[in-house]
Design a protein around this ligand. Structure first.
Ligand code: CTP
Length: 408
């Protein structure tokens, strides 16, 4: 359990911070809410107190003997401000301490994550952009706002990222490692990244298919982490169970054939490609155009043919400097067998990196957490465990190292 300080500034998106608060408490964290006085115009103190299960602090002057303006920031393991308005960002950048929340920002030594929400003009204004750049240069994680519907009928960048996306990035920053620094420095800026995710479905007839257990969560987490590190991301998603972040361009596919075509169409312009999808290896030779009927004791016999190996195709068309990353889900009895299977697969597939996980018992599918080894031609480069977004950051760390030519 970690101590999360949730700051809320005065914007209409304050209501979404209630959902974020619930996500943090349901994940087992202790949350202290510090709303600004303007935030209380949107969501009242009673709501924050009831949802967090503790009193809300709103003023530097109240409970002065507790020295809240210093204590709260010092005691927090993570500070998240959602929504962070243009004014809150400006005050944070200039080091103001004119309310309790800005005092917290000046005293916190833990990771600080700001989730902006404002109108597009305010977000794109040179003043806001300069403030954001300054905060990032100081190591503050300023999340990329979502693109979409704003308060009125207008639409554009400036929308608060969805609570699930804020939670995932904030918990990755909390997990330690390199994620917070990478999101602040935006080390993938300027890179075009292509990720595949999900499990393909091969049709048996118009209503039935052969599928697999992949949820697509790992690929969505990779896309989310890459966006927050500044990359331009395209996600080819097969039957995803989770909504990708709004800043990601999504190409929806169903079967392995569709996936192969979509990846081939997008690959040429990508700097890094990650095949996190679980494409079916076999597809029915003759899917029925009408619904298959029961045939008594004869049952059903279906003839399958092998599908194209999408990863092998991407490796064969790899352009100079492009990094191709494969995944391998293996059922191994221990780590040395896992590495042995992975090493053979890496050599067979010819990609630069292989992300290995042990799926004995089906533990990974649909789960929020994962545990992986990242394998390069010279052996294990790194290992990572934690939420899928935390693991995704470790995979990008390895991919960027290879991209910059430091290994492989
Ligand atoms: N993959 C692919 N096309 C397929 C099957 C798999 O591109 N038709 C990709 C996966 O996305 C993954 C990698 O290949 O990145 C390894 O997947 P896996 O199923 O472990 O590989 P297979 O080649 O199917 O190996 P195995 O013989 O162990 O099933």
């Amino acid at each position: 359990m970690s101590r999360i300080l949730l700051g809320v500034s005065g914007g209409i998106a304050a209501y979404k911070a209630c959902l974020l608060l619930r996500l943090f408490t349901e994940a087992g964290h202790d949350v202290q809410v510090v709303p600004t006085l303007n935030a209380l115009q949107f969501v009242g103190e009673t709501t924050w107190a009831a949802l967090s299960g503790k009193p809300v602090h709103t003023s530097v002057m109240a409970d002065a003997h507790l020295v809240n303006h210093v204590r709260l920031g010092r005691e927090a393991d993570l500070v998240v401000v959602a929504p962070a308005t243009a004014d809150l960002i400006a005050r944070a950048a200039s080091g103001r301490a004119d309310d309790l929340l800005t005092n917290v920002l000046l005293t916190a030594t833990c990771p600080v994550v700001l989730a902006p929400a404002m109108h597009t003009e305010m977000w794109l204004h040179a003043a806001t952009q300069a403030n954001v750049a300054l905060l990032r240069s100081r190591g503050v994680v300023v999340l990329e706002p979502a693109v979409g519907r704003l308060t009125g009928t207008d639409s554009g960048p400036g929308r608060l990222p969805e609570p699930e996306d804020i939670e995932a990035s904030a918990l990755a920053a909390l997990a330690g490692g390199h994620a917070a620094a990478a999101m602040a420095s935006r080390d993938l800026a300027g890179l075009r990244i292509l990720v595949s995710a999900g499990g393909t479905r091969e049709p048996l007839d118009p209503v039935r298919f052969v599928g697999n257990n992949s949820s697509g969560l790992m690929g969505v987490a990779l896309a989310r982490a890459a966006v927050q590190r500044g990359a331009q991301v395209t996600l080819v998603g097969a039957n995803l169970t989770a909504e990708p972040p709004a800043a990601v361009r999504v190409v929806g596919v169903v079967s392995t054939g569709d996936l192969a075509a979509a990846m081939a169409a997008e690959a040429a312009t990508a700097d890094i490609i990650v095949m996190a999808a679980a494409p079916a290896d076999f597809t029915p030779v003759n899917p029925s155009s009408t619904k298959l009927k029961k045939a008594g004791d004869a049952g059903l016999t279906v003839e399958f043919r092998q599908t194209t190996d999408v990863l092998a195709g991407l490796v064969s068309t790899r352009t100079a400097g492009q990094v191709v990353v494969g995944f391998a889900a293996e059922t191994a009895s221990d780590e040395s067998e896992l590495i042995e299977l992975g090493t053979a697969k890496l050599a067979r597939k010819g990609c630069q990196l292989l992300v290995l996980n042990n799926v004995s018992g089906g533990a990974v599918f649909g789960a929020p957490d994962n545990q992986v080894l990242v394998l390069g031609p010279d052996g294990v480069l790194s290992s990572a465990a934690g939420t899928k977004t935390t693991v995704a950051h470790a995979i990008w760390d390895a991919a960027i190292t290879v991209k910059e030519g430091k290994t492989a």
